[in-house]
Design a binder for this molecule. Sequence first.
Ligand code: PBG
Length: 324
Amino acid sequence: MSDRTFERFRRLRRTPALRALVAETRLFPRQLVYPIFVRDGQAVREPIRSMPGQERVSVDELVRDVERASELGIGGVLLFGLPIEKDSVGSGAWDEHGVVQRAVRAIREAGPDLVVAVDVCLCGYTDHGHCGVLRDGDVDNDETLPLLAQTAASLAAAGADIVAPSAMMDGQVIAIRSKLDEAGHGDVAIMAYAAKYASAFYGPFRDAADSTPRTGDRRGYQMDSSHVRQGLAEIAADLAEGADVVMVKPALAYLDVIRAARERFDAPLAAYSVSGEYAMLAAAAERGWLDHKATVLESLTAIVRAGADIVITYSALEAARWLR
Ligand code: PBG
């Protein structure tokens, strides 16, 4: 019987070398961004209960972690600060001596060769846990904008390469871009959490960052999970406002949005594989129900295959080790 009657796909699957040679999607440590939670104190490494393997670290420990990430060839880190005190407007977010501002300066001094990005939001800094200023029980969009802009400026002054606004306030990108330019930080880039969905997969993060809203939820500003076209409109708006990198978040439950964004836009596209995605795989691995390495690499491959250039993932360090 002739081979010509059907395709022999298995020819290129025969050995690991053949499979690697023809792989359509490839992962590199340089495209991974590692999120880190930084808190006050000295020599502190505090495990995060709902994110096994992740810790809140003090600035001195953070610098060590960032150097390790840099040695592993990771593309960047994304910092989240845990302030000592919170208030109604989140003023700790733009405190020039705040923990995340100090962390950025300390990393700059150590000088590792990776990108330093910092999250810009108020939810970790407000006593009510919402991402902006409350007015009659609702987050006031326009009153929040100058506070986000001021926060971004303080992080740029500390030496951040990228500021990453995640509050989902309309107009936050142009507010931040204008403020950065005015303050002489025209070379600091904006990675916009553009299509950010109101997601139950953020649960472990809110535990880690102590940022659960005291009342209500974030559905009045984050996107409803039903949308694709609205996500594209959010991305288009952020690009028009001056975003340099746009993001889809979460990743695994929104691969269709990543794909649609990739097809529509040419800007660098990031996908945030969020805390709940990490926790699911980590928990199943702890129980011996899933192979940790295989499921993490398969998930990262899926996110890149969908079209992400950059993947923000809590598994960045271990993935980089496996990819060597
Ligand atoms: C701040 C912010 C959140 C995340 C990133 N930035 C939490 C939220 O919006 O509730 C979630 C990240 C994760 O779950 O890993 N607004």
